[in-house]
Design a protein around this ligand. Structure first.
Ligand SMILES: NC(=O)c1ccc[n+]([C@@H]2O[C@H](COP(=O)([O-])OP(=O)(O)OC[C@H]3O[C@@H](n4cnc5c(N)ncnc54)[C@H](OP(=O)(O)O)[C@@H]3O)[C@@H](O)[C@H]2O)c1
Length: 298
């Protein structure tokens, strides 16, 4: 089998930029832990960190980056515009940059296609939605503080609407979506590929208390390869063509999740994981004031 090198692999975006294939996730990474996790990841060789204003940890993520000693320009840093900030994108960007202690982002994502009022998170603005937000986010590119612009949690229906709007001048470079063997979303992946939008896979391990850790198909492949089920799921995502964003605050697991060189999955093993029938989603839209997912992903 050819020698694989995933830790230095990057996917080319429609902007010409290259997003590193493996990024550290930071959702639910607690204060006092997240900075150390970021530092451990960068020391282990990661060059891609994923955070969000909504995670409340941008400040500590920035501290972890600086503690690592890895130069800022060697790191791909993603953060996200939070739902109650859709009408205030310039201010939201300024705050995220200040929190992170950096003067630019490699990728700024609209976290959800939901323009929630700041006063009541159960309410959606009557006069504003994600199309308006994207129009305003596009203007942020003129500040020179964002290298790439993208979206997150966009299914086909919402992407179709966005791309058909005359105000949409920039095709999102990335759509960050839930992707694991329990939510492979082949139709959405194919749609994004056709439109030149790279997909980044969040919750690639199935998130906290993942039911996938007990999946027999994945476990048998992991056993045969002498790898962990987590490593097999990450390799499956990379083989499918998306970047993966495993979260861990445990330094050993941070390292293990980056142990992705010199081994591979065969096409047959990938196909076996593809054929796992069980479906589940970590992030639904029940907590949002609008419906976001329409079951059109596969
Ligand atoms: N755009 C969005 O709306 C969105 C939504 C969800 C997630 N995300 C992004 O995607 C990232 C990843 O998703 P996620 O955090 O939901 O879940 P995940 O990465 O699929 O799984 C994280 C869970 O797995 C555990 N874990 C990690 N590596 C492990 C290993 N090698 N062995 C055993 N357990 C392991 C972690 O615990 P320990 O920390 O204790 O190791 C944690 O409980 C997020 O952190 C965030 O950056 C984005």
């Amino acid at each position: 089998m050819a020698e694989t090198k995933n830790t230095s692999k990057a996917f080319k975006l429609n902007t010409g930029a290259a997003i590193p294939a493996i990024g550290l996730g930071t959702w639910q990474s607690q204060p006092g832990e997240v900075g150390k996790a970021v530092e451990a990841a960068l020391r282990a060789g990661y060059r891609h960190i994923d955070t969000a204003f909504a995670y409340g940890n941008e400040k500590e993520v920035g501290e972890g980056i600086r503690a690592s000693g890895v130069p800022r320009e060697d790191i791909w840093l993603t953060t996200k515009l939070d739902n109650p900030w859709h009408k205030r994108a310039p201010e939201a960007l300024r705050r995220s940059l200040e929190n992170l202690g950096t003067d630019y982002l490699d990728l700024y994502l609209m976290h959800w296609p939901s323009s929630t009022t700041p006063e009541d998170l159960k309410k959606h603005y009557p006069d504003w939605d994600f199309v308006d937000t994207w129009r305003e986010m596009q203007k942020l590119m003129d500040t020179g503080k964002i290298r790439n612009l993208g979206v997150s949690n966009f299914g086909i229906k919402n992407l179709e609407r966005l791309l058909n709007e005359p105000s949409c001048k920039i095709v999102p470079a990335v759509n960050q979506i839930e992707l694991h063997p329990g939510n492979p979303s082949p139709k959405l992946i194919a749609y994004c590929a056709e439109k030149g939008i790279h997909c980044s896979g969040y919750s690639p391990l199935g998130s906290s208390d993942s039911p996938l850790y007990k999946n027999e198909t994945i476990a048998s492949i992991a056993k045969a390869k002498d790898r962990s089920v987590q490593q097999v799921m990450l390799m499956w995502g990379l083989k499918k063509g998306w970047s993966v964003l495993p979260k861990s605050v445990n330094p050993d697991r941070v390292k293990a999740n980056f142990n992705m060189d010199g081994w591979d999955l065969t096409d047959e093993e990938v196909a076996k994981i593809d054929s796992i029938p069980e479906r589940f989603k970590v992030c639904g839209d029940a907590w949002l004031p609008v419906k976001v997912f329409f079951g059109d992903d596969e």
